[in-house]
Design a protein around this ligand. Structure first.
Ligand code: SF4
Ligand code: SF4
Length: 437
């Protein structure tokens, strides 16, 4: 019988491992469809940023209540996963609570800490469900937060609550079984929180208790495997992606825009400025980005790291003033499009610009970087917007008329205004004249 359960466990583990590995390969392949960008510099600065922002949750603490609740779930997730290690060893070897003997009293302490965190996770998830669905916090609404994104956010909270209840049920029935000599269950000491559930199960026979305990055990471990696969299709992928995302984030000063090297070189060569490469110019396949594959791999990784929290959209001045732009939507559209390209190869006549993101949206951006500053995992929606705009301006020449006037003013007057450069200080001359008089 024991062998049967071990074989079943190996099968479940193998199936979960297969689907997880397949999906990880898919996401990695999609990210690598992006153009190359070098982020191998400033390694210690990158490591520090990752430790502070992803591991230390530094940017979350701008809003104390959600930050605290999120921290409970985060710590609970990290610590309770240690317990999963015991589940896996027990499942493979056919033992029950393999760490109880070697750890002794420390095992009881660890179990109580796990249970405390399970309660904390349940509490935080319930509060988050209330904030999303009853209090209807503004940040969780918007045109992009309909259907799947809304369902996904709720589903994950409900799944976490159910998984935590499974642990508590398992521990409660286990504690009763420890008092039944015919069950011969390993002694663990008192588990304070699950002990409160004991009256619910006390009347069951030993067989009934063993069945309930085993169902809860299997439910929890299959639930964890299913959760791990589900996460790769969900916004909760940020649990993992936040780490590489913060490591490879743009460390340059906000507002510093990157030029296209090929264009810079051409201009330098034309003006006779030093530093221009003498190599013949490389063929430029496209100025800016029309589709997701024209973006770089960091942009694409950003899209998989987006938690859809809406902090960027909440801070976006264009969004605040009723414009159609939402930086969160830019990230979600980019992820949807690269996922689609990964499946179809991209030969579907569609593109990120036009089919997902409109010119109206990107033209509304003020390039203020408020979204970049607000993002808790250092995502840069502005980088994508600028590349899409570069395509509209340089390839389609279809910028708004007011922008075209500004461009030609810069070209002829070296300033965005209509006045010739010789007249630039006229206003000051007039001032001096007034002073003399
Ligand atoms: S940079 Fe653009 S998208 Fe980001 S907050 Fe500013 S206006 Fe909004
Ligand atoms: S880009 Fe950042 S701030 Fe905006 S929704 Fe995604 S994770 Fe939140």
């Amino acid at each position: 019988m024991n062998y049967l359960s071990q074989i079943a466990f190996v099968l479940v583990l193998a199936i979960a491992g297969y689907f997880l590995a397949k999906r990880i390969k898919e996401i990695r392949g999609n990210i690598l469809l992006g153009k190359d960008v070098d982020r191998s510099d400033r390694k210690s600065e990158r490591m520090k940023s990752m430790l502070l922002v992803a591991f230390g949750q530094k940017k979350m603490f701008k809003k104390m209540i959600p930050a605290f609740l999120h921290l409970l779930i985060y710590v609970g997730f990290l610590v309770i996963n240690l317990e999963v290690l015991e589940f896996i060893i027990d499942g493979l070897v056919g033992t029950h609570r393999i760490f109880a003997g070697p750890l002794g009293d420390a095992y009881t302490v660890a179990l109580n800490i796990f249970e405390f965190l399970a309660i904390a996770v349940i509490f935080s998830c319930v509060v988050f469900l209330i904030r999303r669905n009853i209090l209807k916090v503004d940040r969780f609404s918007g045109i992009e937060m309909k259907s799947w994104p809304k369902l996904d956010a709720n589903l994950i909270l409900v799944i976490e609550i159910i998984l935590m209840f499974a642990i508590l049920t398992m521990n409660a029935t286990d504690q009763i079984l420890q008092t039944r000599p015919d069950a011969n269950y390993t002694q663990t000491g008192t588990m304070v929180f699950s002990a409160t559930l004991i009256p619910m199960f006390d009347g069951l026979s030993t067989t009934g208790l063993i069945i309930t305990e085993r169902i809860a055990w299997w439910f929890h471990i299959i639930g964890i495997f299913a959760f791990a696969i589900y996460v790769t299709y969900s916004k909760h992928l940020h649990i993992f992606m936040a780490f590489p995302n913060t490591y490879y984030a743009n460390l340059n000063l906000k507002g510093e825009m990157n030029n296209m090297d090929e264009v810079t070189n051409e201009v330098k060569a034309m003006l006779g400025v030093g530093g221009a490469s003498t190599e013949p110019p490389a063929e430029i396949s496209r100025f800016g980005a029309k589709d997701a594959t024209d973006l770089n791999w960091v942009n694409l990784m950003n899209s998989y790291a987006c938690t859809e929290c809406g902090r960027c959209t909440q801070q976006c001045p264009a969004n605040m003033t009723g414009k159609k732009l939402s930086p969160r939507k830019i990230m979600m559209d980019t992820r949807d499009r690269i996922d689609e390209i990964g499946k179809t190869g991209g030969d579907d006549g569609k593109s990120l610009l036009g089919d997902y993101i409109t010119k109206e949206e990107i033209n509304a951006c003020t390039s203020c970087n408020a979204c970049v500053e607000a993002c808790p995992v250092n995502i840069d929606p502005l980088s994508i917007i600028l590349q899409l705009r570069r395509y509209v301006v340089m390839e389609e020449s279809s910028a708004p008329q007011s922008w075209n006037s500004m461009f030609s003013n810069i070209e002829t007057n070296f300033a965005p205004w209509k006045f010739p450069p010789t007249d630039r200080f006229k206003w000051a001359n007039d001032l001096k004249t007034e002073e003399k008089e």
